[in-house]
Design a binder for this molecule. Structure first.
Ligand SMILES: Cc1ncc(COP(=O)(O)O)c(C=O)c1O
Length: 396
């Protein structure tokens, strides 16, 4: 007997794009550039290999699920510095737990917080539409109903959670939101974050704020959920933020991140994690501790993205609703028909991009909010990006 709930999960966007492009041959003289997956291809920080090597004797230990004290301290210090939080607001032992990448962390939060029923019905898990795949996987696996909140140009590509109405809000058990956003690379400001948090408290749901792109930004550092909590008086009730080294330090294969926030949620979530996750190897804890304490490699990483944003801006200009990413590293271009243009770019220019509709769901009575877009992940190195932007500008 298979779990029928999983029928809700479609094939991954990356399988779908491979299937779509399979019959199309890219031009033989052009080297393909893959801009579908958000996997940074920038140099890894030197610090990483050094610390991993120094700690390689430690693979003989099962990793502690709550992390090492040094890791939690480094994370608490980083959060406090990054978001100018009051000293002592983040207590390393109560407010932080490591995750093996935010994908795993986001997923496992749902079974820790979604009850059997809420507001007299099946619990809802709210998520923006389009959204990151782990959110729907989590909702479905936890036995909740995914509820999509459109994130279109009219709302600055942010979901307006209050728009779903009181009956749905009463059933909401968990909401996933993301800032900077994937796929649109916009940033929710402090007012938006505060509204989301106050709504979660009013209707008693947990809000998971996915901040894995927080350290990739063009000008101003994006504000964060815990910063909003501090401004609302300091309580982190109902709020969990997620951070990752995958984008910040260009190490998506390290599988290192953390969750932080409401101590009651962290306690319950950690208890579930003791029963499920493998944990981060000890050398990875040591390397992650060092990386959260070091900023110069992150600044260098941001500088590479800024140069690539310049290349994209020069190549695309004002066409297709181009916006320079305020945070994150995706271009979200309004090309009219994402699938058609993805095929064209592969066939004419050997560039692989994601049709925006693959990241969104069809909601009855609404236009799929991703359909008219393509998502371009600016993750290749600078030379490949320059080449890709030129080819893209010519092909479009
Ligand atoms: C919005 C969003 N959240 C979470 C993740 C997961 O990142 P990781 O598990 O590497 O921390 C990604 C990865 O691309 C993402 O785009």
């Amino acid at each position: 007997m298979l779990n029928p709930r999983l029928e809700t999960l479609l094939d991954s966007p990356f399988r779908r794009i491979d299937r779509l492009l399979e019959p199309i041959k890219p031009p033989s003289g052009l080297k393909p550039v893959i801009l579908t997956v958000g996997e940074p291809q920038h140099p890894q920080p030197d610090l990483l290999a050094k610390v991993l090597r120094e700690n390689e004797h430690d693979y003989g230990t099962y990793p502690p699920i709550p992390g090492t004290p040094e890791f939690r301290r480094a994370v608490a210090d980083w959060l406090t510095r990054r978001y100018a939080l009051p000293a002592g607001m983040i207590e390393p032992d109560r407010h932080i737990v490591p995750v093996s990448g935010t994908r795993e962390g986001l997923f496992l939060l749902a079974p820790a917080v979604v009850p059997e029923t809420k507001g007299g019905g099946k619990p809802l898990v709210l998520m923006p539409n389009p959204f990151y795949q782990a959110y729907i996987g989590a909702a479905v696996a936890a036995g909740a109903e995914p509820h999509y909140v459109a994130a279109r140009a009219e709302t600055d590509f942010l979901p307006d959670l209050a728009s779903i109405g009181p009956a749905n809000l009463a059933r909401a058990a968990l909401a996933y939101v993301c800032t900077p956003t994937n796929p649109q690379s916009t940033v929710g400001d402090l007012d938006w974050l505060k509204r989301v948090i106050l709504l979660a408290r009013e209707h008693d749901f947990v809000v998971a704020i996915d901040e894995c792109y927080a350290e990739i930004y063009d000008r101003a550092p994006p504000p964060g959920g815990l910063e909003a909590c501090a401004q609302l008086g300091g309580s982190m009730k109902n709020v969990i933020v997620f951070h990752s080294l995958s984008k910040r330090s260009s190490v998506p294969g390290l599988r290192s991140g953390f969750a932080a926030g409401d101590p009651e949620v962290i306690a319950r979530y950690t208890r579930l994690r003791f029963y499920s996750v493998a944990g981060m190897p000890m050398p990875v804890f040591a390397a992650s501790t060092a990386l959260w304490r070091e900023e110069s490699h992150v600044e260098a990483n941001r500088a590479i993205y800024r140069r690539k944003f310049d290349m994209a801006q020069r190549a695309i200009g004002n066409r297709f609703g181009f916006r320079r990413p305020a945070g994150g590293f995706y271009l979200w271009l309004d090309v009219g028909d994402g699938e058609r243009v993805a095929k064209e770019l592969w066939g004419k220019a050997a560039i692989k991009v994601l049709p925006g509709g693959y990241m969104a769901r069809d909601v009855p009575g609404e236009v799929n909010p991703g359909k008219q877009y393509i998502r371009i992940a600016l993750v290749a190195d600078e030379r490949a990006t320059q080449e890709a932007m030129q080819r893209l500008a010519e092909a479009l």
